[in-house]
Design a protein around this ligand. Structure first.
Ligand SMILES: NC(=O)c1ccc[n+]([C@@H]2O[C@H](COP(=O)([O-])OP(=O)(O)OC[C@H]3O[C@@H](n4cnc5c(N)ncnc54)[C@H](OP(=O)(O)O)[C@@H]3O)[C@@H](O)[C@H]2O)c1
Length: 373
């Protein structure tokens, strides 16, 4: 099959895929909603607000390079929602390359970013295609805040906090646990340094008196993006959900992973982590509510002669992710990205444009900026 629709949403039956389709419809973009079970995808599409006015079709597809390539041919962009991406991403990336499509996903997995960059960046660049894993609230919104802070010259160090209020979805929980078998890195003087597995960080949260507990959260995407940025030499990130009890639970499980799971052979580790994740989240969380599901992306940027603090208060991190994907897809359908090969959303589309998109849909407030220089 050769599609005439420019955008494919793969994993459209999931919580995030559905939101990407919702925003593609709002941006007026025709799309294919694809997944391993066409009936399930159609059932989910039927619940997307205003779907009767969307230009879309539903396609069922096997998760293998050949079948995915056949589906992607004729499209311009693939939004991949099937995670954990370290496990399912390579087949989709290879199919994009074979079909000549730009690749976007929603990962926050640092090991997948590093792997995708090392294995596929040059091949994508040679075809003038974008390879952009992690077009998502975690961590594009924080990257926007970092870039606003870096408008002040003379800053070289980023201290970033990313928090959100809500429940992770099934695949998000699987992903959070999958990251536990990888090493996590921060950036220190342009070199990757591994976090200790039991690292936890007490953080002060902008806008409230109580502190909370955050974790390196798998290292995050920022160190990988800023590794090759001449402005930045050091970058450390803390993240998680606002609820302290949830974070304490994750710390407890991390300890158990270290003692009981990491000594197992790799294949057994995967099964044990997936089972552990399934005990935490097996169902679909409710649709987000901006009054309940708030987000904070806070960046302290410093250098010898300047200090800047940029905060982006927002809401509905899954909706932010859906919109960022749809906006990136719409941009790629209309014009070439600012970079090809491996690049972050801000590098490919510009942080001010991405901020504008989030602001125009009411998902983030105006940046709160404090500058001392
Ligand atoms: N960085 C961020 O801020 C951010 C935000 C949102 C999501 N994410 C990531 O995005 C991913 C998806 O999240 P979600 O919220 O949409 O999760 P979800 O609701 O659990 O959906 C997962 C999707 O993947 C599909 N899938 C699962 N296993 C598959 C397989 N073996 N072959 C083909 N398709 C498969 C599911 O299809 P079925 O319906 O057929 O099971 C479903 O469409 C996760 O990795 C999550 O961590 C990241």
């Amino acid at each position: 099959m050769t599609t005439k629709k420019p955008v494919i949403v793969y994993g459209a039956s999931g919580y995030t895929g559905r939101l990407v389709c919702e925003y593609l419809r709002e941006l007026g973009l025709p799309f294919v909603a694809a997944g391993r079970d066409a009936a399930r995808v159609q059932a989910v599409m039927n619940t997307v607000p205003g779907i009767d006015s969307a230009d879309y079709e539903v396609v069922g597809v096997e998760h293998d390079v050949k079948a995915l390539t056949a589906l992607f041919k004729g499209a311009k962009v693939v939004c991949n929602m099937v995670g954990p991406f370290i496990k399912y991403g390579p087949d989709v990336v290879e199919a994009c390359l074979a079909a000549g499509c730009h690749y976007l996903d929603t990962t926050g997995e640092q090991d997948w970013l590093m792997d995708a960059k090392a294995r596929y960046s040059d091949a994508f660049a040679a075809k003038a295609l974008l390879l952009s894993p992690c077009v998502a609230h975690m961590y594009t919104t924080g990257e926007i805040a970092a870039n606003i802070a870096l408008e002040t010259p003379g800053l070289d160090t980023l201290d970033i906090l990313v928090l959100w209020k809500g429940f992770p979805t099934y695949a998000s929980t699987q992903t959070i646990f999958t990251i536990l078998k990888a090493k996590w890195y921060y950036l220190e003087q342009n070199k990757y340094v591994a976090w200790p597995i039991d690292a936890k960080i007490e953080v002060s949260v902008p806008g409230q008196h109580m502190t909370t507990l955050a974790l390196p959260w798998g290292g995050t995407s920022h160190p990988v993006w800023f590794k090759d940025d001449p402005r930045v030499s050091s970058c450390k990130v803390a993240g998680g959900v606002f609820a302290r009890e949830v974070m304490e639970g994750v710390v407890g499980m991390t300890k158990m992973v270290e003692t009981d799971i990491l000594p197992l052979p790799l294949a057994e580790q995967e099964v044990a982590l997936a089972n552990m994740a399934a005990t935490v989240q097996a169902s679909m969380p409710p649709r987000e509510n901006p009054r309940l599901n708030t987000t904070i992306d806070s960046v302290h940027a410093s250098g010898p002669l300047a200090r800047v603090h940029c905060i982006l208060h927002g809401n509905c991190n899954y909706k932010q992710t859906g919109l960022l994907q749809a906006f990136a897809a719409a941009s790629l359908v209309q014009q070439a990205p600012q970079r090809v090969g491996f690049a972050s959303a801000c590098q490919a589309f510009g942080y001010r444009s991405l901020l504008g998109a989030l602001r125009s849909f009411g998902l983030v407030m105006k940046p709160v900026l404090t500058v001392h220089d």
